[in-house]
Design a protein around this ligand. Structure first.
Ligand SMILES: Cc1cc2nc3c(=O)[nH]c(=O)nc-3n(C[C@H](O)[C@H](O)[C@H](O)COP(=O)(O)OP(=O)(O)OC[C@H]3O[C@@H](n4cnc5c(N)ncnc54)[C@H](O)[C@@H]3O)c2cc1C
Ligand SMILES: NC(=O)c1ccc[n+]([C@@H]2O[C@H](COP(=O)([O-])OP(=O)(O)OC[C@H]3O[C@@H](n4cnc5c(N)ncnc54)[C@H](OP(=O)(O)O)[C@@H]3O)[C@@H](O)[C@H]2O)c1
Ligand SMILES: Cc1cc2nc3c(=O)[nH]c(=O)nc-3n(C[C@H](O)[C@H](O)[C@H](O)COP(=O)(O)O)c2cc1C
Ligand SMILES: *[C@@H]1O[C@H](CO)[C@@H](O)[C@H](O)[C@H]1NC(C)=O
Ligand SMILES: *[C@@H]1O[C@H](CO)[C@@H](O)[C@H](O)[C@H]1NC(C)=O
Ligand SMILES: *[C@@H]1O[C@H](CO)[C@@H](O)[C@H](O)[C@H]1NC(C)=O
Length: 682
């Protein structure tokens, strides 16, 4: 998931795009403001869900009654802190769980210094109470805050952010520290962490330690660990406390085993509400996905050894709405063989039903994933068992291995150069998953409930919708390339969602179902179909453009005037992976597509990519731009999108007679006006 690679240069909303630019749309400052939010291509990927939470000491329990499923809903975090004797509160602003995880680890740390911590979701707290935090002796507020979009807060910290901006709270006596989470490749790097750090001070708060900035583009885990190693000594000094011993082994969740439990009370993969897969009720969203029947699942490649699927989800009667350019989220299930093998490695009964309950009764999240459930369901539906395990997971698991393996795991988890190198080679470069770690370190036998506590949540996968409701009001199409590769240790790794989708074949009138929901995006055609568009989408990057073309075709059939509609498509080999070739050819012949430029990278000696063809069409590209065209780029974020942007930058420089800075400003303005949009991923 990537942003559009932002061109450097100053933002200046006043200047025209270029001398004598004949741009069709008004260049108003107000419009700028409205549209600014629409561009950063990355901004689309919010609302995933949250991961795990909070700590303390615990013993294994074996009881038979069900724990309560409710969330504690007293919004007064001050009351909670007072009632449970805590003096440290760690708030998190998190979208995909990293900040939440860090918050949990900090709260856990507190115990080590004779303090008592609590994790809190700002969305569930009366944040105005912050001003009375100082009524608790030796209190400290820590914030782990991720930045999104254009330097925006996460959903769960939006209200807090609004309050900070408008509020004139008096925070004197309130001690705080911030760890920000960001990604250096974004223009507004760590904007949230930096803002809150500054703002709390303005309101009278006292910073106990300098704001930490984590960079997800490098190694955010390492940034966090490094910050935390200096942060706690600073706290010790200011609070007059000291470390009460190294690692107290602390479990965050307690285990309850259910030996006799009715089936209806056990989660079987629902994302949030028990039984939501049996009785489906709109509206559908991340907590309540729609079980969409797969009505078509066909191969798009004509040859070669790769596979690209065209899948159609039937949404008849679901009340799901979408527009061309939106994304659809798919909740996949892990490969049963991997789940089975983890069970075997640990010698456990995967069908055992259990509940993991947060030992912190005040925590807003009671369970790490929907419980009660079986280990098999947890490993299949709720836990990410195929990404590289994080260093803190390896560190905690180290306790369950023999001396040699334990030392090895611990070394990998240290922040030393040697440790980092070992992690990068043994885990990352060798492509080891948790199962591979268990297989290759046979002495490692963690209790399965502890493993379930440590692994992150399995995330939904997003796909650019490749249809338009104007052509297909009752179905949502996606175009997904099957992911498979081999690791250095000779193992075959398979993408979770794509390999699971591959099996979802309708047969004999039976349509297998897939849990989905639609996420609105900002990737939109211009409102008026008469505005020209240029679509650049090699490989699966063509997906949203299939929807765009259907949209323009529908407008055309209604007799509306249609602007130039130019497509740049690229693939490896015309005879193998030219997806939707027939459709593209037809649209070109009947005029819905005014021009189609193709780049077949492997059909000749020298590679030809879409941007090479763009470069050849300099004058036409410039003419389109100056006539108000919207540019769209979709597909690979890592190389293709930045390469394409560089070429467009060059074209603007040459054709528009501008220097580098001017050309960058020109691109920036296009972006701010929603005329240069990306839908890219890595
Ligand atoms: C907004 C958005 C839109 C998207 N649209 C589309 C779309 O239209 N079509 C589409 O096909 N995908 C799309 N994706 C990507 C999609 O969401 C999934 O990431 C993709 O299908 C892989 O999912 P998976 O579960 O099969 O693979 P995973 O199990 O998630 O595995 C993928 C991961 O494996 C690793 N990996 C993959 N190949 C290799 C390799 N050769 N060597 C080493 N490591 C490797 C990478 O870390 C990669 O992140 C989109 C993503 C986003 C965020
Ligand atoms: N993990 C990775 O390293 C990696 C790399 C690429 C894509 N991806 C991911 O794979 C998915 C896309 O796969 P796909 O099957 O649709 O694409 P694809 O078939 O791999 O590529 C489509 C076309 O784009 C070309 N291409 C490669 N690099 C390019 C660049 N820098 N600029 C322009 N064109 C370039 C390819 O050429 P050649 O292949 O002949 O060079 C091919 O002709 C996306 O999710 C993408 O993010 C991952
Ligand atoms: C769509 C998207 C937009 C992002 N925007 C920014 C940004 O504007 N500035 C920044 O510093 N980091 C940005 N990031 C990086 C995230 O803040 C970073 O990955 C963080 O670790 C996520 O934390 P979380 O897992 O708690 O949500 C963005 C990430 C994504 C996926
Ligand atoms: C942002 O962070 C992710 C990690 O989640 C990383 O893979 C990616 O490389 C970073 N983005 C860019 C544009 O490099
Ligand atoms: C491309 O396709 C042609 C025709 O099918 C084939 O002869 C050629 O070997 C292919 N090239 C590559 C690099 O796969
Ligand atoms: C053009 O061709 C496409 C693809 O075959 C078809 O769906 C569409 O209706 C045609 N459009 C017009 C205006 O004839």
């Amino acid at each position: 998931m990537f942003p559009c690679v932002g061109a450097e240069g100053t933002e200046d909303g006043q200047e025209p795009l270029s001398e004598g630019a004949a741009v069709e749309e008004p260049l108003l400052g107000l419009l700028d403001v409205l549209i600014i939010g629409l561009i950063a291509c990355g901004l689309l990927y919010w609302f995933v869900f949250r991961k795990k939470k909070e700590p303390e000491t615990v013993k294994q329990l074996k009881i038979n009654n069900l724990p309560s499923m409710g969330r504690s809903n007293d919004p007064s975090f001050i009351n909670k802190m007072k009632n449970s004797n805590r003096n440290v509160v760690v708030f998190y602003g998190s979208q995909t769980g990293t900040a939440e995880e860090f918050a949990g680890r900090l709260a856990k740390d507190a115990l080590r210094y004779g303090m008592k911590g609590m994790v809190a979701d700002p969305e569930e707290c009366e944040m105005e109470e912050l001003s009375s935090l100082a009524t608790i002796e030796n209190s400290l507020a820590i914030f782990c805050l991720a930045t999104y979009g254009e330097g925006d807060p996460t959903d769960n910290s939006q209200e807090f952010y609004d309050w900070l901006q408008t509020g004139d709270a008096d925070l004197s006596g309130v001690k705080y520290a911030i760890f920000g989470l960001g990604n250096k490749t974004y223009e507004h790097y760590n904007a949230m962490g930096i803002y809150v750090d500054k703002r709390l001070e303005e309101l009278g708060g006292t910073r106990v330690y300098e704001c930490g900035l984590g960079d997800d583009d490098a190694n955010i885990e390492e940034d966090f660990v490094t910050w935390r190693e200096k942060f706690w000594p600073a706290v010790c000094e200011q609070y007059g406390v000291e470390s009460v011993g190294e690692d107290i082994s602390m479990r965050q969740y307690s285990l309850t085993i259910h030996d006799e439990i009715e089936k209806e009370k056990v989660f079987s993969g629902e994302t949030a509400r028990l039984g939501s897969f049996r009785t489906q009720k709109p509206p559908y969203d991340t907590k309540n996905p729609y079980l969409a029947p797969v009505q078509v699942n066909r191969e798009l490649h004509k040859g070669g050894d790769r596979s690209c699927m065209h899948i159609e989800f039937d949404i008849t009667g679901s009340r799901l709405r979408y527009e061309a350019g939106d994304h659809v989220a798919v909740f996949p299930i892990n490969d049963p063989e991997i789940v089975e093998n983890i069970g075997k490695q640990l010698g456990v009964d995967l069908d055992q039903v259990m509940t993991l309950t947060n030992v912190d009764e005040e925590a807003s999240k009671k369970h790490p994933f929907p419980c009660p459930t079986s280990y098999r369901t947890a490993l299949s539906h709720y836990l990410d068992i195929t990404h590289h395990p994080r260093t803190h997971v390896l560190k905690e698991l180290a306790d369950y291995a023999n001396e040699k393996d334990s030392a090895f795991l611990k070394k990998m988890a240290t922040a030393s150069d040697e440790g980092k190198e070992l992690y990068l080679s043994w885990i990352v470069a060798d492509g080891r998953t948790i199962l591979h770690v268990l297989e290759d370190l046979p002495s490692l036998k963690p209790p399965i409930d502890h493993l379930c506590e440590l692994l992150p949540r399995l995330q939904a996968r997003y796909y650019s919708i490749s249809s338009s409701p104007k052509a297909y009001p009752n179905s949502i199409h996606i175009t997904a390339v099957l992911i498979e590769w081999s690791t250095k240790t000779g193992r075959v790794r398979k993408g979770v969602a794509t390999n699971w989708l591959k099996l979802k074949q309708p047969t004999n009138g039976i349509k297998p179902t897939v849990p989905i929901f639609v996420r609105k995006s900002q990737f939109r055609l211009p409102f008026k179909p008469s505005v020209p568009v240029m679509m650049i989408g090699p490989g699966t990057g063509f997906a949203p453009f299939r929807g765009f073309i259907q949209d323009r075709n529908a407008a055309r059939e209604q007799g509306k005037p249609i602007g130039e509609t130019v497509l740049y498509f690229g693939c490896r080999n015309k005879s193998e992976d030219y997806i939707y070739e027939d459709e593209i050819t037809n649209y070109k012949e009947n005029g819905t597509l005014s021009k189609v430029y193709e780049a077949f990278s492997r059909d000749q000696e020298k590679k030809i990519y879409v941007q090479n063809v763009l470069a050849q069409n300099q004058e036409e590209v410039w003419k389109l731009l100056e006539s108000g065209a919207h540019i769209y780029v979709c597909g690979d974020a890592r190389n293709m999108a930045p390469d394409v942007q560089r070429v467009i930058h060059d074209i603007i420089e040459t054709q528009g007679n501008m220097d580098k800075d001017k050309a960058s400003q020109y691109i920036k303005k296009l972006q701010n006006k929603g005329r240069y949009s990306c839908d890219v991923w890595s």
